[in-house]
Ligand binder design. Structure first.
Ligand code: HEC
Ligand code: HEC
Ligand code: HEC
Ligand code: HEC
Length: 498
């Protein structure tokens, strides 16, 4: 009797295991779904809602990137003011747009709204006005591939940010990642294709699994604007500095060789590098990348709704979705997985803040040296250290998710940054003594964002007023112009054309 029960139980268990295995296999193969096309999507259709006619499940999940309610320890979609959280950053970015305004990123559907709102893009009054080049639009919208097709890549990168404002209105979406005919993943940003070429690789040979990360690498990467490309002089051409490799040292050597700097630091006069967001680069050094896990596996896992399985286009922090994002591979409890992530983030942050404090002091001490009459020659080795130290700090801070994507590499980068920043401060102490200052340098009160911005002389009221005027006058004109243009773009129902 006992044996019989055991036998039946065993059969049931084996059967259930079989079911589980087949569901895992299914998950790994492409999601199956009923496909009833409603419209013929044009080659460069930028409007996500038009694609949504054919793919309602993907579109509806994409629209959930509008949700801003989830906050994790360091990330999530709830936006917050990074400068208010940590006024040190105002000093680190003195003389650069990020000292004016810096908000935590949120969902893709906000990309256009957020770039229009940030004080970094200023308050242009019309064409040719404002602080930013047109190139800044490149990672914001499916209007980018459309416009590049219409006017050419060089022309797209030319001119001011404001010049293209009326053209670029749809937030990051379907056309950025998909071929409308086949729905296959595609690369639409020339900078990624060109970066592969510079490494002697052909991106068209990427595997399907690699594409599930490379679509993200179109934007979540380190980049710079090269104004000296042969034949394209003067155009701020978007380039990913991967020719000599993607590590923090490789890209630093690349920039040093061409003597590139993103800006000159207002206090220390250092020729600075701004690490943008080397998310893809840092990811490739982690254990998940090593095991062939792709960005989409965690940020776009499969999901089921009404018996239909599809790719969840609610791209967000996977910590808001651990059952689909992690537990398909890991058997640990959600709380355990989240704790694992937080643990890595906390430990990386602990040392990154130490590095940050040293860099802030180094900038202020370097300013003191200049004030006391230091020469360019005396300052040069110090400024090189500050440049390299802050590049490492930024590389680990701005590569969103890096402390989880690749905790060991992130710790290594911060560690080497600490050594370099320490060397800078030893040199600074010696130089200060030579210049007759043999005491600690007076340190400004930068305990709040407002105090820090006042210290570096930013007129925030003026910047805010300019932005308000832009939103009142120019922005509505852009949107009106875009509406008229899009009203003329045909949407062909399938029955009408087939
Ligand atoms: C193994 C799962 C996994 C993979 C693979 C992965 N990520 Fe992440 N990612 C995470 C987790 C976990 C976080 C931390 C989220 C948080 O702190 O709320 C994160 C954070 C991020 C963030 C910051 C999000 C926020 O809310 O602050 C971005 C951006 C990001 N990842 C992009 C990428 C890109 C691009 C790739 C591929 C190159 C990638 N991720 C691969 C799990 C993953
Ligand atoms: C066309 C450029 C572009 C592409 C392609 C792109 N992203 Fe983003 N991503 C952005 C921008 C810009 C933001 C910030 C938007 C904002 O804050 O307004 C962002 C934000 C995010 C966030 C933060 C969202 C949140 O709620 O915290 C995550 C996570 C993310 N992206 C992951 C990915 C992944 C994974 C891929 C590939 C599947 C990808 N992105 C592809 C440009 C892009
Ligand atoms: C940041 C890149 C990105 C964007 C933007 C994007 N997708 Fe996807 N999409 C993916 C990835 C990755 C997959 C999984 C493809 C695979 O593994 O074959 C996918 C899969 C799909 C599929 C195949 C069926 C499925 O659900 O797996 C459809 C259909 C689709 N997307 C529609 C859309 C639509 C509609 C939009 C715009 C609302 C959109 N996608 C925006 C990256 C993107
Ligand atoms: C597609 C499968 C897959 C997914 C999805 C996945 N992982 Fe992993 N993860 C792995 C593999 C494989 C390893 C390597 C260790 C091993 O082989 O057991 C790993 C390793 C880890 C490690 C230890 C490595 C380290 O960084 O120290 C942690 C922590 C982890 N995963 C957390 C997560 C979290 C959190 C998520 C969801 C956001 C997630 N994983 C999603 C497959 C996956």
């Amino acid at each position: 009797m006992k044996n019989k029960v055991l036998f039946i139980v065993t059969i049931i268990v084996v059967f259930l295991l079989g079911l589980l295995a087949s569901s895992i296999v299914n998950r790994k193969s492409e999601a199956k779904y009923k496909y009833v096309p409603q419209v013929n999507i044009a080659e460069n259709e930028p409007r996500n809602e038009v694609w949504g006619e054919n793919f309602p499940l993907e579109y509806q999940s994409y629209m959930q990137t509008l949700d801003t309610t989830f906050a994790s320890m360091q990330g999530g979609s709830a936006t917050h003011d990074v400068l208010a959280d940590d006024p040190n950053l105002v000093i680190l970015f003195a003389g650069y747009g990020f000292s004016k305004d810096y908000n935590q990123g949120r969902g893709h559907a906000y990309a256009i709204e957020d770039i229009n709102n940030t004080l970094r893009t200023g308050g242009p009054k019309g064409d040719g006005d404002g602080p930013m080049p047109a190139t800044c639009w490149t990672c914001k919208s499916p209007d980018v591939p459309r416009l590049m097709n219409e006017i050419g890549i060089d022309e797209f990168y030319s001119g001011k940010w404001a010049d293209k404002g009326a053209e670029i209105v749809n937030p990051i979406g379907c056309a950025d990642c998909h071929n409308p005919k086949t729905m296959k993943l595609r690369i639409t940003r020339p900078a990624l294709v060109e970066a592969f070429e510079s490494m002697g690789k052909d991106i068209n040979k990427a595997t399907h699994n690699e594409m599930r990360s490379l679509v993200c690498a179109q934007c979540h990467v380190e980049y710079y604007f090269n104004k000296n490309l042969p034949g394209k002089e003067g155009i701020p051409y978007l380039v990913f500095p991967w020719k000599d490799g993607m590590t923090v040292e490789d890209m630093e050597a690349y920039y040093d060789n061409i003597e590139f700097s993103d800006w000159t630091h207002q206090l220390s006069k250092t020729p600075m590098l701004k690490a943008q967001h080397p998310g893809y680069e840092t990811f490739t050094t982690g254990v998940h990348a090593d095991r062939g896990v792709s960005c989409a596996d965690c940020h776009m896992p499969y999901k089921s709704e009404g018996g239909q399985k599809f790719t969840d286009h609610h791209i967000q922090s996977p910590l808001n979705n651990t059952s689909n994002a992690c537990q398909v591979c890991h058997r640990a409890e959600a709380s355990k997985l989240i704790e694992n992530v937080y643990d890595r983030q906390r430990k990386a942050t602990e040392n990154r803040l130490k590095l940050e404090n040293m860099l802030v002091k180094a900038h202020v001490e370097a300013k003191k040296c200049w004030d006391l009459g230091a020469t360019e020659e005396q300052m040069k080795p110090i400024l090189t250290d500050i440049r390299h130290g802050q590049w490492r700090w930024d590389y680990s801070a701005a590569a969103h998710g890096a402390s989880f994507h690749s905790p060991v590499e992130t710790a290594r980068v911060i560690g080497s940054g600490l050594v370099i920043a320490q060397e800078a401060r030893v040199k600074l102490a010696r130089l200060l003594a030579t210049l007759g200052h043999n005491a600690p340098v007076d340190f400004p009160d930068i305990s709040t964002k407002a105090k820090a911005q006042e210290y570096i002389g930013l007129d925030m009221e003026k910047l805010k007023a300019e932005k308000a005027e832009f939103k009142k006058n120019l922005l509505p004109k852009w949107l009106e112009e875009a509406k008229e243009r899009e009203a003329k773009m045909p949407i062909n129902a399938v029955s009408a054309t087939n």
